[in-house]
Ligand binder design. Structure first.
Ligand code: SF4
Length: 296
């Protein structure tokens, strides 16, 4: 005789409980990172970062709870650069399986409008990952998207002002998932570009983009007809610095970025001398520099 399994007495976890756990994990992760890398955040910055993560969870709950494989490593070994150096292409993605459908998500710490402005660049990279996935699993993907984790400027403004109504409105209009078409056409060329990039790195060719190009719009020609690439609220396209330098780990040792940033400071100081004097301490923080990395 078989006995019927008793229904589980455990109640489903509530949303508040999920967020409490989230805060707990957050603190533990932060402590771990601090011990490992001695990165210390100012309390305000830490709270902002936690808030960003919580908003991100609230916005993307449907995707987050349907992810079936997280941090999936993709590797394409046995590649050779144009100059004969062996190398491996690696990527990390999240996978959602629903029935016969498999979707791939790649997280970027950029704003969604920046991803849309340079969508070809992201599309080529994602298509290489899709190509690797297909080779490793012998399965095609039904779709792929970038999840842009950085909050849009208007939402950050609303949070800074603690304006609940504006926060709700901006949350509703925030669309951090950028769907990108799957298309094998450019895979070979993109892999060749990776190879050339490996050769440049190995030969110590690290020249940054010239400083006078950092303020130029990036992606304009590709996206103006869709009207979705402009920096939120400004009616213009995001610049190379806004898209790339802001997220570049090398920016504080990059001569082009330093020149660009100094130019931005001079420009701003002419315009806002008084307010800058009152706000000197904040201006000197990395956060200020990042938040103000715009050509206004
Ligand atoms: S900061 Fe980084 S992305 Fe910007 S020019 Fe320098 S190296 Fe390139």
């Amino acid at each position: 005789m078989t006995r019927k399994a008793k229904p589980s007495a455990r109640k489903p976890i509530t949303n508040d409980e999920v967020e409490d756990r989230f805060r707990d994990f957050w603190e533990r992760n932060y402590d771990l990172l601090r011990q490992e890398g001695s990165h210390v955040l100012a309390e305000g910055t830490k709270q902002q970062a936690l808030e960003q993560a919580l908003l991100y969870w609230r916005k993307l709950k449907a995707i987050a709870t349907s992810v079936t494989e997280t941090e999936v490593k993709l590797a394409l070994p046995g590649r050779t650069t144009p100059k004969g150096r062996p190398y491996v292409i690696e990527g990390v993605v999240d996978i959602v399986r629903q029935g016969d459908e498999i979707r791939m998500y790649d997280l970027k710490t950029h704003e969604a409008h920046e991803v849309r402005a340079a969508s070809e660049h992201y599309q080529h990279q994602l298509n290489v990952y899709a190509h690797i996935w297909k080779r490793l699993h012998n399965q095609s993907l039904s779709g792929a998207a970038i999840i842009a984790t950085r909050l849009p400027p208007k939402l950050r403004e609303a949070l800074g002002a603690d304006d609940r109504k504006a926060i709700d409105a901006e949350m509703a209009s925030w669309d951090p998932v950028v769907e990108l078409p799957l298309d094998d056409e450019h895979v070979t060329r993109t892999i060749e570009e990776f190879g050339r990039c490996v050769d440049d790195i190995e030969e110590g060719k690290f020249e940054p983009r010239p400083s006078n190009e950092l303020h130029k719009p990036y992606g304009t020609r590709r996206r103006t007809d869709h009207g979705d690439a402009s920096r939120a609220g400004s009616g213009r396209e995001p610049t190379f610095a806004e898209i790339h330098c802001r997220n570049c780990d090398a920016r504080f040792s990059c001569s082009s970025y330093q020149t660009y940033r100094d130019g931005l400071r001079v420009k701003r100081s002419k315009r806002h001398t008084a307010s800058m004097r009152n706000d000197q301490a904040e201006q000197e923080s990395d956060l200020w520099i990042e938040e103000n990395l715009t050509e206004s």
